[in-house]
Ligand binder design. Structure first.
Ligand code: FAD
Length: 474
C-alpha cells in the first residue's frame, strides 16, 4: 500500500520528469517566479497551484496532458489569464500557461490570420493593423484571444463582423487523450460547432485560424459623454437610434466613474462610444448627428481613430490584479420601464470600481443562425455586462452584491442565455445547472454529447463546465 509520503515522492518524481520533457519551464512554490506565475487578472482568485508550466511549444501541451493523466492533478488551461471566474488557475493542481506561445501570422492576400493560444488581443491587432485588417475581438488589449474566442468575443466590430468565434475558419485541438484534431466546417464539424461558444471544455486549442476583415486606414471613433441629468433622454434616444443603424456602426454604452487621472470628476458618466468602420466618414457623422440632435452630449470627442490606440484606450482602467465579479443579461426591450430600472443601478457605479456596458448587437452577429454555433442567443438586441475592477478587498461583498442586484433587477426583461465570458464564479449553483442556464437546454444537451465524446473523464473541468453524462470506468 502506498503512503502519503510515497505519493508525494511519486508526484515530485513525475514533475521532475515533466520538467525534463518541456521546452518551456516548470515553476513550483519557492521559485522566485512562482507568485507572478500563479497570478491571474482577477485578484480575488488567489490560488496556489502545485506547479505552473509555461509552455514553449506544441509538444509541451502533449506532455502536460500526459502528466495530468499520470498524476491525477487537476488541470487549469490558461491563455491570457483574464477569465473573470478565475478558471486559468487551480489550487494544488497543474496550470498549463500557454502565454509564451503568442505568434501571429497574417496572410494578407487570403486575410487568414493564424494565432497561437497565448496571444493577447494586442498581439493580433498589432499583426493585422499594418495590412488594414482586423479580427473582431474585445475591448481591453491584454485579454487572451483563446478564452475570449472559445466563449464568444464581443467588441468594437461585433455588428460589422460578428463575434470573434464567427470569424474562425478552424481550430486545432489536442484532446485529453493526446489526439490532435483539426476542427473546421469540413473536418470534425460538430466539434467546431461546440468550440465556438463551449469554452475550453473539449481540449486544449493549440492554434486558431481567423479570417480577418478589411478596416479603413482611419476608422471613425467617438465618445459622447452625458452627465447624469441627461441620461434618461440619452438612453431613450439611443434606444430609438439603434434599430435603424447600418452594420458599419458599432456602439457600446458605458456607465463609469473615470479614474482621477482622466480629469472627468468623481460622478458617474454615461458614455456612448462608437466605432464606424464605413469608408465614408460623413455617412457615419450623419448617423451620429441623428443621435446628438435628439440627445445633445455634455462633451464629445469624435474623429478618425488609430485602431491600435482605440483598442487599448481603456486598458489602464483594468490592470491585472483587479478584483472582479461579473454578471450579464441579454435583452431586447429598451423602453421607459427598462431604462428606469437600468438607470436606477447605473447611478450606483463607483470608482474604483464597478461599471456597466450595454453592447448593441444585431447586425452581423444577429445574422448568424441560432444553431450555427454553441453561443447562446443570437436574437437579443442588447447584452448588458455588469462588471467589477476594484482593488480594496474589503469591498468584495458590497460590490459583488451590486452585480447580483443589477442582474436580479434586469430579470423581468431578460431573454434566455448568458455569455459565459461575462460570468464570475457562481456560488451555490450546481455546475450543470449553471451551464444549462447559460446555454439553454438544447445547446446544453448537444454540448454534453460532445463532452462525452471528447472529454468523458472531465479532464477539462476548470471552465464553465459541461459535465459528461457519466464518466466511463477507468
Ligand atoms: P484565461 O483565464 O487564460 O482562460 C480562460 C478559460 O478559457 C480557461 O479557464 C480555459 O477554460 C479556456 N482556455 C484558455 N485558453 C485555452 C486553450 N488554449 N484551449 C482550451 N481552453 C482554453 N470578453 C469579451 O467578449 N469582450 C471584451 O471586450 C472583454 N473584455 C474583458 C476585459 C477584461 C478586463 C476582462 C478581465 C475580461 C474581458 N472579457 C471580454 C472576458 C474574456 O473574454 C474572458 O474573461 C475570457 O475567458 C478571457 O480569456 P483569457 O484567455 O484571457 O483567459
Amino acid at each position: 500500500m502506498s503512503t502519503v509520503h510515497d505519493n508525494a515522492r511519486e508526484l515530485q518524481q513525475a514533475l521532475h520528469e515533466l520538467r525534463g520533457k518541456l521546452s518551456g519551464s516548470l515553476i513550483e512554490p519557492g521559485d522566485p517566479l512562482y507568485d507572478d506565475a500563479r497570478a491571474v487578472w482577477n485578484g480575488m482568485v488567489d490560488l496556489r497551484p502545485r506547479a505552473v508550466v509555461r509552455a514553449g511549444a506544441l509538444t509541451d501541451i502533449e506532455v502536460v496532458l500526459d502528466a495530468v493523466q499520470r498524476t491525477g492533478l487537476a488541470l487549469a488551461v490558461r491563455g491570457g489569464g483574464h477569465n473573470v471566474a478565475g478558471h486559468g488557475t487551480v489550487d494544488g493542481g497543474l496550470v498549463l500557461d500557454l502565454g509564451p506561445m503568442k505568434r501571429v501570422q497574417v496572410d494578407a492576400g487570403s486575410r487568414l490570420v493564424t494565432v497561437e493560444p497565448g496571444a493577447t488581443l494586442a498581439d493580433v491587432d498589432r499583426a493585422t493593423a499594418p495590412y488594414n485588417l482586423a479580427v473582431p475581438l474585445g475591448v481591453i488589449s491584454g485579454t487572451g484571444v483563446a478564452g475570449l474566442t472559445l466563449g464568444g468575443g464581443v467588441g468594437w466590430l461585433t455588428r460589422t463582423g460578428g463575434l470573434s468565434l464567427d470569424n474562425l475558419e478552424s481550430v486545432d485541438v489536442v484532446t485529453a487523450a493526446g489526439e490532435h484534431l483539426h476542427a473546421s466546417g469540413q473536418e470534425n464539424p460538430e466539434l467546431f460547432w461546440g468550440l465556438r461558444g463551449g469554452g475550453g471544455n473539449f481540449g486544449v486549442a493549440s492554434s486558431f485560424t481567423f479570417r480577418a476583415r478589411p478596416l479603413p486606414a482611419a476608422p471613425l471613433g467617438g465618445n459622447l459623454f452625458y452627465r447624469r441629468k441627461h441620461w434618461r433622454n440619452a438612453l431613450l434616444a439611443f434606444a430609438a437610434w439603434t434599430p435603424t443603424l447600418p452594420e458599419e456602426m458599432n456602439p457600446i454604452v458605458s456607465f463609469l466613474v473615470f479614474p482621477p487621472e482622466f480629469g472627468m470628476g468623481g460622478d458617474p458618466w454615461m458614455i456612448l462610444g462608437f466605432m464606424w468602420v464605413g469608408e465614408d466618414h460623413q455617412a457615419g457623422l450623419d448617423r451620429v448627428g441623428q443621435l446628438t440632435a435628439a440627445a445633445p452630449p455634455d462633451e464629445q470627442e469624435v474623429g478618425p481613430a488609430s485602431w491600435l490606440d482605440w483598442q487599448s484606450a481603456m486598458d489602464s482602467v483594468f490592470p491585472k490584479g483587479s478584483r472582479g465579479y461579473w454578471k450579464n443579461v441579454s435583452f431586447s426591450r429598451l423602453d421607459e420601464e427598462t431604462v428606469d430600472v437600468l438607470l436606477g443601478f447605473a447611478s450606483e457605479v463607483t470608482w474604483e470600481g464597478t461599471g456597466i456596458d450595454i453592447h448593441h448587437m444585431e447586425g452581423a452577429f444577429g445574422r448568424v443562425p441560432e444553431d450555427a454555433t454553441a453561443f447562446p442567443n443570437r436574437s437579443a438586441r442588447y447584452w448588458l455586462n455588469v462588471y467589477g475592477f476594484w482593488r480594496d478587498r474589503s469591498e468584495d461583498d458590497r460590490l459583488t452584491a451590486f452585480a447580483r442586484k443589477a442582474y436580479a433587477l434586469m430579470q423581468p426583461f431578460a431573454e434566455h442565455g448568458e455569455y459565459v465570458n461575462f460570468l464570475g464564479a457562481e456560488v451555490g449553483l450546481k455546475e450543470a445547472d449553471a451551464a444549462r442556464a447559460a446555454y439553454g437546454p438544447e445547446k446544453f444537451q448537444r454540448l454534453v454529447a460532445l463532452k462525452d465524446r471528447y472529454d468523458p473523464h472531465n479532464v477539462f473541468r476548470l471552465n464553465h463546465n459541461i459535465p459528461p453524462t457519466q464518466p466511463p470506468p477507468g
